[in-house]
Structures are given as structure tokens and as C-alpha cells.
Design a protein around this ligand. Structure first.
Ligand code: NI
Length: 227
């Protein structure tokens, strides 16, 4: 499932986070990532332990926790601290895979990357290129969203960022370990939950069918979730 979540950040949060991260000290993006990534990666990133990155990342984690759509789609068990990258002057990130296991910051906690996320911090009219292109079962999908919007996709997908040929693209990116590892099962749960929410809205919270479907949803979670 490739899912766009609009307006994860409101305009105030967005302006604040973008200004804040742009004031920090950026480094060559090749400082992180595996040996293959280093060959195809040409961008800049904030160091993982950078104070600005950690503070801005916390603001993003707060926004994720408030987003019912994100929680329903990702069923997050753990979220890695959000990172930040920027591309300008034909910088790009060629086709690559994201590592399956990542260490959370300087801790000894290891996280399995089930989902990858990109939160766009630049307006699409402010740069050319910079599409996030994701290989899916239905072919390559190009994603370039308004600032403040998030895209969530299976971390198992091959993907790239095309060269930014005008302006600058600033984004946050991070990984999620889900309580439901299997993409298909997680996708079914998301569809079911979305239908239940619509039904609740139409029929009210007391509706017996809504109650029954909610029970089924939670029983499926009991079957499939690992915590
Ligand atoms: Ni990647």
C-alpha cells in the first residue's frame, strides 16, 4: 500500500520546522546508508544526533501520534527518529533499497523497517524534479506532494529520488516497525477500519453493525499484531 496523508503538519508547524532545520549544520548524505547507497546517493542530511534534527523530529512524532489515518495505516510499534534531507543542483538518490534493520539513534534498540515515510517540507512549485519514485506491483509510482503531506509505503520497495534541477527539495524521512508485519494484512485492517469509521459517522456510535464490525477488527488485530 502506498498511502498519501495530507496536511500532517499545518502551515504554522510546517513553516517553523522548515525554517528551524534549514538553520542547522548539514552534512554529506553519504555519512549514513550502506555501501550501495553511498554509490548512488548525492544529497545532504542532518546528522542523526543533531539537536535541531531531534527537536524537529519530536514535533513530527507528535503530529504522527495525532493523525488517526497514520495510526490506522501504520499500526506503529516503533518509529525511528525522523531524519532530514535536502536536494539541490541536480542532487538525487538513485535506485536503492532501505536497510531492513536499523539502530534507533545511539541506542541498542534495533528496529525492523516495515514502512518508509517521506514528509515533504518544500512546496512542489519551488523545485523541479525531486520525485520520489517507488516500484510497486502496478509499476513505478512517482510521488511529489504539497509541503506538509506525508507518503507512507512498504520499506521493501525499490525507490529513488530523481535529480532536483531547479530550486531545493527539503524533506523529512523515517521508518516504522509495525505491529502487523505483513503488508497485505495491514492493508486489509486499514480498509476495514476506514469503512467502520465512515459507517460510525453515518449511523452513530450506538449502531449494532458498527459495534459488531469493530469487534471483528479488534479480533483480527489480536490474531495478527505482535507487540
Ligand atoms: Ni531510501
Amino acid at each position: 500500500m502506498l498511502l498519501c496523508i495530507p496536511d500532517l503538519l499545518d502551515q504554522n508547524e510546517l513553516a517553523h520546522i522548515r525554517e528551524f532545520v534549514l538553520s542547522a549544520d548539514w552534512e554529506d548524505g553519504r555519512a549514513t546508508g550502506g555501501s550501495h547507497s553511498a554509490l548512488v546517493k548525492k544529497n545532504r542530511q542532518l546528522p542523526i544526533s543533531d539537536r535541531v534534527a531531534l527537536q524537529a523530529g519530536d514535533a513530527i512524532l507528535d503530529a504522527l501520534a495525532r493523525s488517526e489515518t497514520f495510526v490506522s495505516a501504520a499500526l506503529p510499534l516503533r518509529i525511528l527518529p525522523p531524519m532530514f534531507n535536502r536536494y539541490a543542483g541536480s542532487e538525487h538518490f538513485g535506485a536503492h533499497v532501505d536497510g531492513s534493520i536499523r539502530r534507533a539513534g545511539a541506542s541498542h534498540v534495533h528496529i525492523r523497517t516495515d514502512l518508509s515515510a517521506t514528509l515533504f517540507l518544500s512546496n512542489p512549485e519551488d523545485y523541479d524534479g525531486g520525485e520520489l519514485t517507488i516500484e510497486t506491483a502496478f509499476g513505478a509510482q512517482s510521488v511529489k506532494l504539497p509541503a506538509g503531506h506525508l507518503v507512507l509505503y512498504p520499506a521493501s520497495s525499490l525507490h529513488c529520488v530523481t535529480p532536483v534541477t531547479r530550486g531545493e527539495r527539503v524533506a523529512s524521512f523515517f521508518w516504522v516497525q509495525s505491529m502487523v508485519r505483513d503488508n497485505e494484512k495491514r492493508s486489509i485492517l486499514f480498509d476495514l477500519d476506514q469503512s467502520i469509521q465512515r459507517l460510525k459517522f453515518e449511523r452513530g456510535l450506538e449502531d449494532q453493525e458498527c459495534l459488531s464490525l469493530s469487534n471483528i477488527y479488534h479480533n483480527l488485530i489480536r490474531q495478527w499484531a505482535q507487540t
